[in-house]
Design a binder for this molecule. Sequence first.
Ligand code: COA
Length: 324
Amino acid sequence: MRSRIVGTGSYVPPRVLTNADLERMVETSDEWIVKRTGIKERRVASPGEACSDLGVRAAERALEAAGVPAGDLDFILMATCTGDAPLPSTACLVQHRLGATRAAACDVSAACCGFVYALAVGDSFIRTGAQHVLVIGSEVMSAITDWTDRGTCILFGDGAGAVVLSATDEDRGILSSHLHSDGSLGDLICVPGGGSRMPPSEKVVAERMQYIKMKGNETYEVAVKTLVRSAKEALEHNKLSVGEIDLYVPHQANLRIIKAVAHRLGLPMEKIVLNIDRYGNTSAASIPLALDEAVRAGRLQEGATVLLSAFGSGLTWASSVVRW
Ligand code: COA
């Protein structure tokens, strides 16, 4: 038994925050942001709009595309680092709103790798008997972004993407998953406050510890290395050459990172799905959002070989190869 992606969906909040808007908030420029990151604008959730709200809309679109009723789902996996609240899991909120009464539900916390990790978990459940699994990546990064820190606030955006996995005995679907971590690099990207180590307090808020802290330069280096390494590992495992990859959907963190990876792999840019210019880095939502756009733009024909790969806080890095 394999699992196949039988439907995709995505949703981004309507509010657009442009680089020109950011010029009015911190000392930066459209030119600097575009040159260093490739980002022109990003979406930002409205006040009161939470992770589950975005996730439900992406999930509804994926279920509709798949033709799978919510009541048939066995499992809902929600990849996010910006859930509605610490408890209950955001996956349970989504489960209720979709009316997925038979489904188990839990969140997967692996930051920007969350979706690829959750896809691997969903795939494993299908291989051991589940019929339909909903995998969502949804983030309201604007809630943990320090809008006074020009080193990070230019990068992130909000959005959601989802896929429905169904069991198949055909020789296609998810061919491989490779997941990795290295906690010794946990301080490269982190949110230090608000958890059990540093519970919410006036001090945490005063020191802005509830927001993302990032070592940009070091993260950049590690990102290129881990993306290249995970792509090569996936290709070797499946005995594929770079030329046999029809579409590459990388985590959208920085256009320069993606270009450096493409160059090192020898992969032409036409084969890469890019939407970072419009959405910035949407963490766990980034890959399913890009994948859904590619599907709806007709970029995926049956039988196409697709490589997904991500890196993120943790540090984590992960890949998945899918035969469409
Ligand atoms: N606007 C204008 N100038 C800025 C700026 C901004 N938004 N942010 C930083 N700068 C300045 C710096 O202060 C520095 O000035 P100095 O030379 O006078 O000290 C200069 O620009 C260069 O800073 P640097 O940090 O070296 O820039 P960079 O080329 O490394 O780009 C990032 C910064 C954040 C865009 C880049 O490091 C990056 O993308 N890193 C990876 C981040 C990532 O992928 N995170 C998510 C992982 S999932």
